[in-house]
Design a protein around this ligand. Structure first.
Ligand SMILES: [Fe+2]
Length: 84
């Protein structure tokens, strides 16, 4: 959706998500040495700091672009039927 809407901070947002995935993957890989308190703190920060705050920043970039976004998610078959 963000790419379809031309969100100007998409690269940064993708990097934030990749950082989250890397952290969690590392935490799972070293399960024996996992610091549960640190992991919980990180996840709380992610949920509060990212999902509840950063994810709201792109809302204005999506508003009014619903048709553009829907078109980006249409399959080739749906596009062919629309052209017929
Ligand atoms: Fe996000």
């Amino acid at each position: 959706m963000l790419a379809a809407a031309g969100y100007p901070h998409l690269d940064h947002h993708r990097a934030r998500h990749q950082s989250f995935c890397d952290y969690v993957a590392h935490a799972v890989e070293v399960e024996g040495a996992i610091d549960h308190g640190a992991l919980l703190s990180y996840l709380v920060d992610w949920w509060v700091g990212h999902i509840a705050a950063e994810d709201k920043l792109y809302r204005s970039s999506l508003t009014g672009k619903e048709a553009m976004i829907a078109k980006a998610f249409q399959s080739d078959d749906e596009l062919d039927r629309g052209a017929a």
